[in-house]
Write a new protein. Structure first.
Length: 242
C-alpha cells in the first residue's frame, strides 16, 4: 500500500507525461492536411453554384496587360454554337466521359505525347483550383479533383465555368470579353464562324490571334465549325444544351 502511495506521489511530482515533439508535429500535419481537404471540398461545392471570383492565372496576369477584360455571363447568354465550338475544339467526347477521355489519352500516348489529352473538366479544375504548369504535383491534384467536380457539378455548369474563365487573348478572360474585344458583340450574338474562330485560339491564346488569325488558325476554325455541326447532329451536345 505504501509502495502504491509512493509511486502515485512520484507521478504527481514529476507532472504529466510530455508528448514527444515529433509526435505532436505529426498530429499537427495530419490536422492541417484534413483541414486542407475539407477546404477544397467546400470550395468545390461552393463553386458548383457560386461563380469563382478569380483564378490563379488571372491573378498572375493582372497588371501585365492593364486591367483584365472579363465579364461573367450565364450559359443562357452564350450562343449555343459557341459552346459546341469549344467542345469540338477541346473535348469532343465531353458528354460521354466522366472527366477523363481514355480514348484521347491513348491517342496521345500513340502520338508520343505530342498532343494534349486534357478534357474540359480537367482544364476547369486546373484553371479554377490549381495553377498552370506541368509539374507532377499539379497533375496529381488535377487527377484527384476532376472526378469530384464531375460528381458534384453538372456538365452544363462545368462548360459554363470553362467558357467564363478560359483565356482567349492576353488579359482577355471569358467568352463575353473575348466576343466584345474581337468582334464588338456579345457572346449571345456570336455566329458559327466567329465562335469557331474564338475556339481556334485555344489552348494557346497568346500564340494565336482571333483578330489577326494565321493560316493555321483559319484552317483550324473551319475544322472546328464542321465539328460543332457534327456534334449537334449526332447528339453529343445533349448534356449541356437546354
Amino acid at each position: 500500500m505504501a509502495g502504491k502511495t509512493s509511486k502515485s506521489s512520484k507521478s504527481r511530482k514529476n507532472g504529466p507525461v510530455r508528448v514527444p515533439v515529433l509526435t505532436r508535429l505529426r498530429r499537427w500535419i495530419r490536422r492541417a492536411l484534413w483541414l486542407l481537404v475539407l477546404a477544397v471540398l467546400a470550395l468545390v461545392l461552393l463553386f458548383s453554384v457560386v461563380n469563382p471570383p478569380i483564378t490563379h492565372t488571372m491573378w498572375v496576369e493582372k497588371g501585365k496587360y492593364g486591367a483584365l477584360k472579363r465579364d461573367w455571363v450565364p450559359m443562357t447568354d452564350i450562343a449555343p454554337v459557341m459552346a459546341r465550338s469549344v467542345v469540338a475544339a477541346e473535348d469532343a467526347n465531353f458528354c460521354r466521359h466522366w472527366g477523363f477521355d481514355l480514348d484521347a489519352i491513348q491517342a496521345a500516348i500513340d502520338a508520343g505525347a505530342s498532343r494534349g489529352a486534357s478534357t474540359i473538366s480537367q482544364q476547369v479544375v486546373k484553371n479554377v483550383f490549381l495553377w498552370q504548369g506541368r509539374s507532377w504535383t499539379r497533375k496529381a491534384l488535377e487527377t484527384a479533383l476532376t472526378p469530384l467536380v464531375e460528381l458534384t457539378w453538372s456538365k452544363r455548369r462545368i462548360l459554363e465555368v470553362y467558357l467564363n474563365v478560359a483565356e482567349f487573348g492576353p488579359g482577355v478572360f471569358g467568352v463575353e470579353a473575348a466576343a466584345q474585344a474581337s468582334f464588338g458583340i456579345s457572346a449571345a450574338d456570336l455566329s458559327a464562324t466567329q465562335a469557331a474562330r474564338l475556339a481556334a485560339v485555344l489552348p494557346n491564346p497568346r500564340g494565336r490571334s482571333v483578330r489577326a488569325p494565321s493560316a493555321f488558325v483559319r484552317r483550324r476554325a473551319v475544322s472546328i465549325a464542321d465539328g460543332a455541326a457534327t456534334i449537334r447532329k449526332d447528339g453529343r451536345d445533349d448534356c449541356f444544351e437546354n
